[in-house]
Design a protein around this ligand. Sequence first.
Ligand code: TXA
Ligand code: MG
Length: 332
Amino acid sequence: MTDNSSNSSIPASLLSAAVAALQRGSLVAFPTETVYGLGADASNAQALTALYRVKGRPAARPLTVHLADVEDIAQWAAYIPPAAQKLIDSYCPGPLTLILPRRPEVLDIVTAGSENVGIRLPSHPIARQLIRAFGKGLAAPSANRSGYLSPTTAEHVRQEFGTDVPIIIDGGPCQLGLESTIVDFSTTPPRLLRSGLLTLDMLQETAGLEIQTPALAPAATSGSHYKPHTAVQSCPTSDLQACVERELAQHHQPLAVLYYSPRAVFSNGPDLRLLQLPNQPLEYAQRLYASLRYLDGCSLRSIIIEDVPHTAEWSVLRQRIHQIAPVKHKLT
Ligand code: TXA
Ligand code: MG
């Protein structure tokens, strides 16, 4: 059942079907402001086992518990450090995941055996409505098969899971389009595990302390190295034209260019597919994953992504793009 409900509320009949499904241990996909989540009852081990299986998720990767209200965090976290509380006061509900010491009764399958639990309060009204109606925490990873791009529309979820996920609540395209920022408060100082649209500077200023960026790339610690199946490379604007021509000359096979720069110039030809993204970072972020998914379905030899500017406002997108696509520099 995929329902084209309005973007801000769930029709009563769908809501009761979704809650009943969650109560019997089934999965329900739903929109959040970042990406679509695949929800299961976070206190039902069987439901969580099914969630890992359907996603093909490695058992070592913990699940985030989604809650509707700040007061509910105390049911899952043993303790909220003062700096974490400041972030909660400023950014929850919103695109932030906090890693906090867990309460002993939190299931091991939620935390993958760790002593900490991931908590997120999505701001999307449909997510909040669903969680409130269910009345308990929802474990909800991004609603993609493990390793693939996060979904930003209900259609992405349907295409990927088909009947494996019988209820998909359609809230239209996600407003942000990138996964939440993750801050781990189990260490001192806290650490940024995944960058997102809430930037390190914003978070440090609000928390009033330093938040470390791990020595390892965030992908290595938080597993957000999602990729299309098609080979992807990124290329600086100055080299884009030459890169496209080189690829076409070498392979004579269909190629796509995902670009944003109005100055980009390309050769013509049947083997070249061009897709333009907005040249504003927030709008670009909204459409990046959907564009990559679309191109991934076009039987191309490869996708070239124009590298985005080296400015602070684009920095999270640069990181994501470089996780998806290594930078290809001029040969020799
Ligand atoms: O924006 C988002 O965060 C989306 C929406 C659906 O809320 N969810 C999402 O979930 O991206 P997921 O599971 O795809 O990514 C969450 C990341 C995982 O890489 C997981 O390893 C990490 O958060 N995580 C969750 N609980 C953790 C914990 N206790 N300790 C360390 N990392 C944790
Ligand atoms: Mg994910």
